[in-house]
Design a protein around this ligand. Structure first.
Ligand code: DX5
Ligand code: ZN
Length: 221
């Protein structure tokens, strides 16, 4: 599977979001990563449901890659207008009945992904691997841009890749957190397919998307 980019909108210029989205779209980026936080599962609030919904109306080619860092994520699906083409990632650690949440996402025509935080063992995904379209491995503790890579992240990516391959499924392995210029190729070698690019790469200080997006696309291809 080719390496795909999912720029993290919470790392874009907050005063020029539509312009940044349109620029990314024009540059041929595959997904736009939309982080939603409830200030309970993670101690932060970022993009709200109105913005996640509004993004839908301005996308031309990009698809929404919605990362919900919140307890009972299903309560937000209507307000986000979850539908066909969306990736919706919910956290294993945040759902009472993850099977039901996955089925709810699927019933809306969207692609359910399960996200696992750094302290969660890779094996937990085996209970869901038949029902999902992808796994998100958090390589930072979720909640903030600019967080440091968690020790053992590369081994964890390889372990999840092996679980996916050994199960015979070809679901997507997404990596989220500190996907930096230095680390992205090693993450690719560990088996990542979809790369959340934030402040550690394409939105780095002083960088222009016209330059940073093609550079990152080349590195992860
Ligand atoms: C962190 C978010 C990521 C993050 C990625 O909880 O899920 O989207 O912002 O950006 P950097 O490169 O700053 O880790
Ligand atoms: Zn994210």
């Amino acid at each position: 599977m080719k390496g795909m980019l999912s720029p993290s909108l919470m790392c874009a210029d907050p005063l020029n979001l539509q312009a940044e989205i349109e620029k990314l779209d024009a540059l041929g980026v595959d997904y736009i990563h939309l982080d939603f936080m409830d200030n309970k599962f993670v101690p932060n609030l970022t993009l709200d449901t109105n913005l996640v919904r509004a993004v839908k109306g301005v996308l031309r080619n990009m698809k929404r890659d919605i990362h919900i860092m919140a307890y009972e994520p299903e309560q937000y699906f209507d307000r986000m207008e979850i539908g066909s083409g969306d990736i919706v990632s919910v956290h294993y650690e945040a759902c009472e009945n993850l099977h039901e949440v996955i089925a709810d996402i699927r019933s809306r025509g969207a692609s359910p992904f399960v996200a696992i935080s750094p302290d969660t063992k890779p094996e937990v995904i085996l209970d869901y691997i038949e029902e999902i379209d992808g796994v998100v491995v958090m390589t930072v503790y979720p909640g903030f841009a600019g967080a440091p890579l968690v020790d053992g992240s590369f081994d964890k990516l390889s372990a999840v890749r092996k679980l996916i391959d050994d199960s015979g499924s070809n679901i997507i392995l997404e990596v989220d957190g500190h996907v930096s210029w230095d680390y992205c190729q090693k993450m690719r070698r560990c088996g990542a397919d979809l790369f959340v690019a934030g402040s550690s790469s394409i939105f780095g200080k002083g960088l222009k998307l016209d330059d940073s997006v093609p550079k990152m696309t080349e590195l992860i291809k």
